[in-house]
Design a protein around this ligand. Structure first.
Ligand code: MGD
Ligand code: MGD
Ligand code: MO
Length: 761
């Protein structure tokens, strides 16, 4: 049986010049096009105008915050947000029982991910019974009973795995982890394990909190913003608004990326008449186009230059008072830098020392430096080290805990950060478990559970036999697609709580269930009336999200209701509460959260204020909750990777027309690629050197521990990318990433550095 999307080419690839500015009118037109393709004008318009408004819903597309204070008066949307909304509100088709009657699971596996998504919202609980070829409808009660029976039949609760994707609300996430811990396991892998886990580990160790230290307003107050390994034009377009504002206030922007991403070059704000008339704002002042995974060398070089400059003009460059009062291990850091020479570091990142000096000159004399980063840094073997090195630089400058400066990881999924705050974590902190024990009177398991990669291994090796996914598309999102698919197929039961059909529903255990749920945009009515939920943005603001469109006809339930009913059916007694009462009124869930999670005092009152509230953040006030209360400099080994002749380093990235594993279309407009996703972006010199041709169809191989993995049928496209590097889209290339190839400490799959060879197909 196939695991991956069909390996057919569309035969329609067109390429053009990459765009030089992001957004503008085309983005507005595209937004409406997407919405109107899936639904009528009334419903579509309603959905768009309520996006990120104070009486509206939190945009499902990314975790970028709203401006501080009130939420925007008019809808602040972007093309990516509009696509995500269109994907959810579509009602021209539904993936109802008729669809599953017409197509067997094997038929559906032959379809592309784009096709699966286009079938519309899931409407009824469906079951695939052992040996059956088709999913068939099942009543909710029977579905819950089936899961409860299976959970009860396990020898140990640790034989079940409970995955979470990052759209789940705080309320649902809290109930989910409570249910799972009452059941008796910490096997709670989440999409964070594949995403910003390296960030959480690095920041936790160095500054005591794995979250951004900046607020939204800091962007407009910064003197220098360095954007590393992130493509905001596609993946966080609303971030371009404060970047543009920062530029107007005189800030300088440094971008570090192997690709000249359009959103980093220039931006035209689609909702500003001024921009539409006067044209785009140039964004990046210095572009450092470095080869994949050489950021560590660059950051070390920057630190070395700062120290040199400080020696020339003592007291003018680094913040000695801050270092003395708030940090530890400075000496070790300084000493470790002495072992490297600038020329060597610069050569490793393909730059001249002069180029790096030019960048450092921008922040030499100001602490108002923000460094942001995303997947370009987190998904490498040495990711934690690279992020540690960002912190070294910020500590040298005293940039943490000041206005206009700080560490700014840009989270991906819209509530991935909130889910962690709510306790979705395979390694829960003892204080969190103590609080659960105090409030709910049960003894939660203290041993850590499986993270994502460990879960796959456990299923593959038969140590876990039930997989439950709250959102997401596990089979496609995780590395080593064939291995992961085999792991899922060895399960007794796989269950997915989902809004839309995806490939994970088709790669099943002996028995499989699809439980359809309401999405962010849907009105959620319960016994006491309409409910709202809450989400946390990348800067730690918790705000409410209120569905605004009528759900499509069907039997969907809210995530909260699904979890609470399942918990009840599993016989878990919630003293002194009652699962049903929690479904009736989500305020009651928020009351419980308030008792367990610090920072949520008067949750129900504060969540009703427009714009929500900031969670406490130690580093923002220079309170570093590490073991000794200090922020830590770290010494991070510099590893160099030498490629053998014929080898390239592959990064797997997102196109402009996808949200993670959800494919909206086959274009990547900003990069000038149309009608095809199976492309391999290569440096023109490498194409010649490897005897390949422009538009040649190739197979890509990765070798790891003596095993060859192959992704078939990709078209070579010459692109402006450093020598030795190449890029292709995920999830199609996840087949190439060995399950064991993970970042040190964080275990994040190394999705951005895979050694590959390429040969004509
Ligand atoms: N429209 C849309 N929005 C999204 C998503 C989506 O799929 N679509 N996904 C959401 C999620 S979950 C996430 S995590 C974020 C992801 O947001 P991004 O992190 O922006 O996503 P990627 O496409 O993985 O892009 C990584 C960027 O890092 C660069 N890069 C790769 N390797 C390196 C390296 O070694 N060094 C440096 N300096 N740069 C490197 C790539 O060229 C690319 O520009 O976006 C969120 N928002
Ligand atoms: N090679 C490679 N692999 C990667 C990455 C990479 O850059 N390269 N990026 C990684 C990253 S950063 C991430 S975050 C993961 C993403 O991994 P996941 O979070 O598992 O994947 P998504 O594609 O976001 O999940 C999409 C599915 O979620 C369901 N869904 C959407 N909205 C809702 C909702 O409101 N409720 C529920 N219950 N379900 C919903 C829909 O059914 C949809 O099909 O992928 C990772 N995988
Ligand atoms: Mo992510």
């Amino acid at each position: 049986m196939t695991n991956t999307p069909p390996e057919e080419l569309t035969g329609k690839l067109k390429t053009g010049q990459p765009k030089t500015e992001a957004a503008g009118l085309t983005a507005v037109v595209k937004s409406f096009e997407h919405v109107l393709n899936g639904t009528g004008i009334g419903r579509g318009w309603k959905a768009l105008v309520k996006l990120n408004q104070k009486d509206g819903y939190d945009c499902p597309s990314c975790a970028w915050p709203d401006p501080d204070g009130e939420r925007s008066g008019v809808a602040e949307y972007c093309e990516s947000g509009a696509k995500a909304v269109a994907d959810e509100v579509m009602d021209k088709h539904t993936a109802s029982p008729v669809l599953f009657q017409r197509y067997s699971v094997v038929d559906l596996l032959q379809k592309t991910d784009l096709w699966l998504g286009q079938q519309g919202r899931l409407t009824h609980p469906m079951v695939l019974r052992g040996g059956a070829t088709h999913y068939e409808p099942i009543g909710w009660d029977d579905a819950f009973q089936l899961i409860a029976d299976q959970l009860r039949a396990l020898d140990s609760p640790d034989e079940a795995i409970f995955y979470t994707s990052g759209r789940t609300s705080n309320e649902a996430a809290f109930l989910y982890q409570l249910f799972v811990r009452m059941y008796g396991t910490n096997n709670m892998p989440d999409c964070s394990n594949m995403c910003h886990e390296s960030t959480s580990v690095a920041l936790g160790e160095t500054i005591g909190l794995g979250k951004a230290s900046v607020k939204y307003d800091d962007y407009e107050k910064a003197d220098v913003i360095m954007i590393m390994g992130q493509n905001p034009g596609t993946n966080a377009p609303r971030m371009l608004t404060p970047l543009e504002q920062a530029k107007r206030n005189g800030a300088k922007i440094i971008a570090v990326n192997p690709l000249r991403e359009t959103g980093l070059l220039a931006f035209k704000y689609p909702q500003s008449p001024r921009d539409m008339l006067l044209g785009s704002e140039k964004l990046t002042d210095i572009f450092l186009q470095i080869p994949i995974n050489t950021d560590l060398a660059l950051l070390k070089a920057m630190g070395k230059i700062l120290l040199e400059e400080e020696a020339k003009t003592p007291g003018k460059v680094i913040d000695r008072n801050f270092i003395r009062e708030y940090t530890a291990d400075y000496e070790a850091y300084v000493q470790s830098l002495a072992a490297h020479d600038l020329d060597g570091l610069a050569a490793q990142c393909g730059l001249t020392v002069a180029q790096i000096r030019e960048a450092v000159a921008l922040f030499k004399h100001t602490p108002k430096l923000i460094i942001c980063w995303a997947m370009g840094l987190t998904q490498h073997k040495n990711a934690v080290h690279t992020i540690n090195e960002i912190i070294n630089l910020l500590l040298l400058k005293g940039s943490i805990g000041i206005e206009g400066g700080g560490a700014s990881p840009i989270r991906g999924h819209s509530n991935v950060q909130g889910d962690r705050t709510m306790g979705i974590y395979e390694k829960p902190k003892p204080e969190f478990l103590d609080a659960l024990e105090r409030v709910f009177g049960f003894k939660p398991l203290r041993e850590p559970g499986y993270d994502t990669v460990a879960s796959v291994r456990a299923m593959y090796e038969g140590r876990a036999t039930v997989f439950f996914g709250l959102g997401g598309n596990f089979a496609m999102a995780v590395s080593d697609t064939d291995y992961t698919a085999d792991a899922l197929r060895r399960c007794k039961l796989t269950v997915h709580v989902s809004t839309k059909l995806n490939r994970s529903h088709l790669i099943t255990g002996e028995t499989a269930l699809i439980l359809p749920c309401l999405g962010r945009t849907d009105i959620d009515r319960q016994a006491t009336g309409e409910q709202f939920v809450s989400c946390e943005s990348t800067t730690g603001v918790v705000a409410q999200s209120h569905g605004i469109v009528e759900p499509v006809p069907g039997q969907m339930k809210s995530e909260v209701a699904i979890i609470a009913e399942l918990a009840e059916r599993a016989g878990l007694e919630l003293r002194p509460y009652n699962w049903r009462d929690l479904i009736a009124d989500y305020d009651r869930i928020r009351d419980l959260i308030e008792q367990v999670v610090p920072g949520f005092d008067n949750y129900n009152e504060r969540i009703r204020k427009p714009g929500g509230f900031y969670l406490p953040n130690g580093p923002r006030e220079r309170r570093f909750t590490t073991k000794d209360g200090k922020a830590h400099f770290t010494v991070n080994p510099l590893t160099t990777r030498t490629l053998k002749p014929g080898e390239l380093l592959l990064m797997t990235i997102r196109s402009h027309d996808q949200f993670n594993t959800t494919v909206y279309g086959n274009d990547d407009r900003y990069r000038g690629i149309y009608n095809e996703r199976r492309v391999l972006l290569m440096n023109p010199d490498d194409i010649t050197r490897l005897n390949l041709r422009d538009k040649q169809v190739v197979n890509i191989h990765s070798q790891y521990d003596g095993k060859t993995r192959t992704a078939r049928q990709f078209i070579v496209v010459p692109y402006d990318i450093p020598h030795g590097c190449c890029a292709a889209y995920f999830p199609e290339t996840n087949v190439l990433i060995p399950i064991d190839s993970v970042a040190e400490k964080s275990h994040t799959p190394t999705s951005k550095s895979i050694v590959v060879t390429v040969e004509g197909a």
